[in-house]
Design a protein. Structure first.
Ligand code: SUD
Ligand code: ADP
Length: 276
């Protein structure tokens, strides 16, 4: 039997860094959504795990045991022959590797392995538990405290200036670690515009250190802000991928075409959130 599992990109709509633990990991308060763009993991049982990587970003990821797909298969204790079709730019703040790991854990469970709990999956990376859920979530702790949220459908353009950014380096550059969390009780948002109005008052605390490290992030944010119909712009995760939100998918599609035309070396995609 062969299974194919979609590994959707994760977008940090907000990302507040509210503290730091003694082990160095940071405490977060983040609204996370998943979109209709991603990698694909194809898996079948095998005597020994093996991986081949295909797709436009195949060259950006390791094929040895350090690949999160192989680490996930090992954690599941279920050897598989795996193909990773890589469409998401690596080290880009949209959780591609974590989504691949979560998809591999799902594939193993569908093939008959004992499901791996979110607590154990955290060992693969702070973003893996939320990627296992792949639904809109408020994510706190270091990524391990998850609470489902209802958010209206969102349409966006993602821009990655094709510069890889190291998550740990960006965290290290963050000057203030005790930033304000989101409000304890989140509002109810009747529609996309109300949500965007509120989201504009929140932040990504990693944006400032990422811009200092990688000036291309500022260029991506500026280009997105100038796109016709862009309602708000922000960076996702530790960067360098940035997004702009639009009123509908058509507006996002048009803006993506224009941005791609003006910046042919960037990775530019329109996307919509997956339902909760
Ligand atoms: C920042 C976020 C926001 O969603 O996204 P990305 O930029 O990676 O997409 C995540 O917390 C990243 O999760 P993930 O990429 O799985 O992180 P890990 O592999 O566990 O950790 C990589 C490094 O990031 C730092 N790190 C990560 C998570 C966290 N809560 N605090 C941290 O300080 C640590 O320096 C760690 O060594
Ligand atoms: N399947 C994978 N896809 C992407 N990166 C991977 C994968 N497996 C291991 N990695 C490594 O994980 C690191 C973070 O990758 P990724 O999850 O894409 O970052 P981000 O969460 O910032 O988007 C990179 O250094 C990359 O080499």
């Amino acid at each position: 039997m062969t299974v194919k599992v979609f590994a959707p990109a994760k977008i940090n709509l907000s990302l507040h860094v509210t503290g730091q633990r003694e082990d160095g990991y940071h405490l977060l308060d983040s609204l996370v959504a998943f979109v209709d763009l991603g990698d694909q993991v194809t898996a079948r049982p095998a005597a020994q795990s093996q991986l081949s990587v295909t797709g436009p970003f195949a060259e950006g990821v390791p094929t040895d045991g350090s690949n999160l797909v192989l680490r996930a298969a090992a954690l599941a204790g279920y050897p598989m022959s795996l193909v990773l079709d890589k469409h998401l730019p690596p080290s880009s703040g949209i959780g591609g590797g974590s989504a691949d790991a979560a998809a591999t854990l799902r594939a193993a469970a569908r093939l008959g392995a004992d499901p791996v709990t979110a607590e154990r999956a955290l060992a693969l990376g702070a973003d893996v538990p939320v990627c296992l859920r792949s639904k809109p979530m408020r994510m706190r702790g270091i990524g391990d405290v998850l609470e489902p949220v209802f958010i209206p459908a969102l349409h966006m353009v993602l821009v990655n200036p094709k510069v890889e950014v190291s998550t740990s380096v960006v965290f290290k550059r963050l000057e203030r670690k005790d930033n304000m969390a989101m409000p304890d009780l989140l509002p109810r948002w009747p529609d996309t515009l109300a949500f965007v109005d509120w989201l504009s008052t929140q932040r990504n605390d990693l944006e400032e250190p990422a811009v200092k490290l990688v000036p291309e992030v500022a260029a991506a944010l500026a280009a997105l802000a100038l796109a016709p119909g862009a309602l708000m712009v922000r960076m996702s995760g530790s960067g360098a991928t940035c997004f702009a939100l639009f009123a509908d998918r058509y507006a996002a599609d048009v803006a993506a075409l224009q941005l791609a035309e003006g910046n042919p070396w960037w990775w530019v995609r329109s996307a919509s959130t997956l339902p909760g």
